[in-house]
Design a protein around this ligand. Structure first.
Ligand code: S3P
Length: 431
């Protein structure tokens, strides 16, 4: 394990400039995995620099897939639907829940057994949500007690199912759809609440027969996917930290270019605009089915308010930084219906509450949400990242407005999604 590092972020006078962010993590994972079971070559430009996406490539390589990477260009030689090789050792998904959950859908349909696990944090994350549907489809899966990783997946001939996931999760939806590619017939997922739809877009781009109507998605198997050339837009969930930074620090003006603006990922923008946030969007193009545009964000006086539960799945990864931002709003900010945050890379509700209190803020923690008072002066302090990239970045943003700045302990975990985070932040802050 790398030694833990600390970073101190001091209060800034302004946030200003023009930035581009690394490619979207969710989209990168999906094209890499689907490229591996497609026929022909998949070329991904703008592949995420995140350590999680590197974990996906490592797993694919261990499954016999030829993966070539040069910076943000990745080329995958597809092996066809049943062409992966039995790995010689357990697959290591690192810290990446997306790798473990989505790849399990593919492993369930292969004609070999494999073991997939990850680091200490991933080993605490619930997998029953994917085990249940994959077992219903005919796979045999052993897990650690409580449905925890590592998973031993004994792939088999799969049969299609109709499935309604008990939690709103794009990863669960994707695992079932990816398994459905290997099944004989039509696999259907009925989503209780819509979640990010990058899998559906990628599947359609690669030639899968996919139908969507009224929250029901179905895919026909066995599917023949074709390799594609794609360009991955900037990651909206990484942009969130810079959007928050520019809104919070008075007199800021930040341009973020080439961001993915898929409507299933932009709930944050709607919530912030409703609070009075100045965020302008210029849609540039739709590329490989994904909407891409530029954002212009200016320092704003935010009202705050309550985030409705139905918006939660659309901004689940943005909630830690929204809570930080809430402290600087006039009325404060609250949300419920987000119990999922307790089973992310850390217990994000507990982590945000503890760190906000550490900065002297008033915060109330519920089993499924938080209420943060508005108009608060944050006092500088050292906070814990809990090894969670989104906690580290959310509290680095808090440092921009805290008296005396914030020291983020264990700041190197930002590499999980955004290795360039601190250098990008340094480039736009003005003292
Ligand atoms: C993701 C879905 C979300 C999100 C995660 C990435 C994806 O997880 O929190 O960072 O790429 O599908 P859940 O599906 O568990 O909500």
């Amino acid at each position: 394990m790398r030694p833990q590092q600390d970073q101190t972020i001091r209060a800034a006078r302004r946030v200003e400039g023009t930035i581009r962010l690394p490619g979207d993590k969710s989209i990168s994972h999906r094209y890499a995995m689907l490229g591996a079971i497609a026929e022909g070559v998949t070329e991904i430009q703008g592949f995420a620099s995140s350590a999680d996406c590197a974990s996906t490539l490592t797993c694919l390589h261990a499954l016999g897939v030829s993966v070539a990477r040069a910076g943000d260009r990745v080329q995958i030689e597809g092996k066809g639907l049943f062409g992966l090789h039995k790995p010689g050792a357990p697959l290591d998904a690192g810290n990446s829940g997306s790798t473990l959950r989505m790849l399990s859908g593919i492993l369930a349909g292969q004609r070999f057994s494999s073991v997939i696990g990850g680091d200490e944090s991933l080993s605490r994350r619930p997998m029953k949500r994917i085990i249940d549907p994959l077992v219903l489809m005919g796979a045999h899966i052993d897990s650690a007690p409580g449905g925890l990783p590592p998973l031993a997946i004994h792939g088999d001939r799969l049969h299609p199912i109709r499935y309604q996931p008990p939690v709103a999760s794009a990863q669960v939806k994707t695992a079932v759809l990816f398994a459905g590619l290997h099944a004989d017939g039509e696999t259907e997922v009925c989503e209780p609440v819509p979640t990010r739809n990058h899998s559906e877009i990628a599947l359609a781009q690669m030639g899968a027969h996919l139908t969507r109507s009224n929250g029901r998605l179905s895919v026909d198997g066995p599917a023949r996917l074709s390799g594609v050339r794609v360009h991955v837009p900037g990651d909206m969930s990484s942009a969130a930290f810079f959007i928050a930074a520019a809104l919070l620090v008075p007199n800021s003006r930040l341009v973020i270019e080439g961001v993915g603006l898929n409507p299933t990922r932009t709930a944050l923008l709607g919530v912030l605009r409703a609070m009075g946030g100045s965020i302008q969007t210029a849609i540039l193009r739709v590329e490989s089915g994904e909407t891409v545009g530029d954002l212009v964000v200016s320092g704003s006086d935010l009202k705050g308010g309550e985030i409705p539960p139905e918006s939660i799945p659309g901004l689940i990864d943005e909630l830690p930084v929204l809570a930080v931002l809430g402290t600087q709003t006039r009325r404060g900010l609250s949300f419920r219906g987000a119990a999922e945050l307790r089973v992310k890379e850390s217990d994000r509700l507990a982590a945000v509450a503890a760190n906000l209190r550490g900065l002297g803020a008033d915060v109330e923690e519920f089993p499924d949400g938080l209420r943060v008072s508005g108009g608060q002066r944050l006092r500088g302090a050292a906070i814990e990242s809990y090894g969670d990239h989104r906690i580290a970045m959310a509290f680095a943003v808090a440092g921009l407005v805290a008296e005396g700045g914030v020291t983020v302990r264990g700041s190197n975990c930002v590499a999980i999604s955004f290795p360039e985070f601190f250098t990008t932040l340094a480039a736009v802050r003005r003292d």
